[in-house]
Design a protein around this ligand. Structure first.
Ligand code: AMP
Length: 214
């Protein structure tokens, strides 16, 4: 199956993509993770991407599209893929349709006010890329799964978050209409899954995603 996860930063795309990709046995491809790894390896793509990422802006379409084209040509994508964070513009979606069109697009819809609390409290493991919220951690500095160091992403600082949300609404949300017109869109309304503390449980979102794909 060829699947896209669409949604604003902090919607839980990465967390859900990890579980759903394992369930469907397709590779989880996160363009954000690919850029972060390129940055830590000091590659030319990483150097170029970093200045856009630090500013909360999108990396130019041509750079991302070339990177994804190469990735989708790899053997492990023979049975499909789960793309997380790509496409983010209509130009990227059109390019993907030319490379390997998706079967379905899952939009994870979370209200902006929830996203801010999620993103400012988000910590990422430098070793295994696991993502956690400080409210669920006993030690904010150590990954509970692999023991790696937990850090706050540079682009999860409040000033950059506002810019990223604006970029999502301006440049990425038009994709909702784009995929609706192709009859591929499945909407997961996270607010409707909220428990008493006002937020949804990851396992409930996971079940809703699988149900939407049946
Ligand atoms: P993410 O981890 O998906 O939140 O991505 C982090 C940052 O990487 C984004 O804010 C962008 O600067 C960059 N990025 C990731 N994916 C894309 C994409 N498909 N198009 C443009 N920039 C991207």
């Amino acid at each position: 199956m060829k699947l896209i996860f669409l949604g604003p930063p902090g919607a839980g795309k990465g967390t859900q993509a990890a579980g759903v990709s394992a369930h469907l046995r397709v590779p989880h491809i996160s363009t954000g993770d690919m850029f972060r790894s390129a940055i830590s390896n000091g590659t030319p793509t990483g150097l170029e991407a970093k200045r856009y990422m630090d500013a909360g802006q999108l990396v130019p379409d041509s750079v991302v599209i070339d990177m994804v084209r190469e990735r989708l040509a790899m053997d492990d994508c023979a049975n499909g893929y789960l793309l997380d964070g790509f496409p983010r513009t209509v130009e990227q979606a059109e390019a993907l349709d030319g490379i390997s069109a998706p079967d379905a697009v899952v939009e994870i819809n979370v209200p902006d006010e929830r996203l801010l609390a999620r993103l400012t409290g988000r910590r990422v493991c430098q070793k295994c890329s696991g993502t956690y919220h400080i409210s669920k951690l006993t030690d904010e500095k150590v990954c509970p799964v692999c023991g790696g160091a937990l850090i706050q992403r540079d682009d999860d600082k409040p000033e950059t978050i506002a810019k990223r949300l604006q970029v999502y609404h301006d440049q990425t949300s038009p994709l909702i209409g784009y995929y609706q017109a192709q009859d591929k869109l499945r909407v997961i309304d996270v607010a409707s899954l909220a428990t008493v503390d006002g937020d949804s449980r990851p396992e409930d979102v996971f079940k809703a995603i699988l149900a939407s794909l049946e």
